[in-house]
Design a protein around this ligand. Structure first.
Ligand code: ZN
Length: 213
């Protein structure tokens, strides 16, 4: 496996990644589909750095059922602490789409036992990201599996906006240049299977695709 944990910008620059943060339950319909409460305050978990996957393939770990979670992903471009909501745009280097792949059965066991989610969220290749662009993703973003749309969302429907997430997170820990933030998944999560072709895009554009094997 590659030990070079970087992502690409549209200008073809490679940016080294430091941390991968993910917000939980940030769209009402998704919280409901998992029988979870809508949170009053944002909460975050991490995916490990070796889970970063910019390639066009993903291999399902043996004997595990893996679910897709389509998300807008933010690339942080400079270090910051206690960033006010009005200034968060200055810290964003790029916008992309990603999949926060999840071992749902294992995660539910961990939730039941009140244990950290780490290993249900961090396995090889589980943090899939596209390349990063300057423009915001304001049109509906979607995931197609074998040509059919399985998830569709819009950042307008987030419970905590991207600005609120950056401000909150940077108030709790220093954000670093090269951090990624997965900003939550809309409803429609479900399993992926060997042989699936996944396409991530928004509006009429596909910006990343991969094969499951
Ligand atoms: Zn997620």
């Amino acid at each position: 496996m590659t030990m070079n944990f970087s992502v690409k910008t549209k200008q073809n620059t490679l940016i080294s990644i430091r941390n991968i943060y993910c917000i939980g339950r940030n769209y009402r319909a998704h919280a409901t589909e998992l029988n979870s409460e809508v949170p009053k305050e944002p909460f975050f978990f991490q995916k490990s750095l070796p889970s970063l996957n910019t390639s066009n393939e993903f291999t399902i770990p043996k004997d595990r059922e893996i679910h897709h979670e389509l998300e807008v992903v933010i690339l942080i471009g400079k270090n910051g602490e206690e960033i006010p909501i009005k200034n968060t745009d200055d810290y964003i280097q790029g916008y992309g789409l990603g999949l926060d792949l999840t071992d749902r059965k294992y995660q539910n066991e961990l939730i039941r036992d009140q244990l950290p989610w780490l290993l249900s969220k961090s396995f090889k290749g589980s943090a899939i990201v596209s390349c990063f662009q300057d423009e915001k993703i304001s049109e509906d973003f979607w995931l197609k599996i074998n040509g059919d749309i399985h998830q569709k969302g819009n950042i307008n429907r987030m419970i905590f906006s991207i600005a609120e997430q950056i401000s909150f997170l940077s108030g709790m820990l220093p954000l670093m240049k090269g951090d990624l933030i997965f900003t939550g998944t809309p409803s429609g999560v479900g399993p992926i299977q060997n042989g699936d072709k996944l396409e991530l895009g928004y509006g009429a554009k596909t910006i990343h695709s991969l094969m499951v094997k």
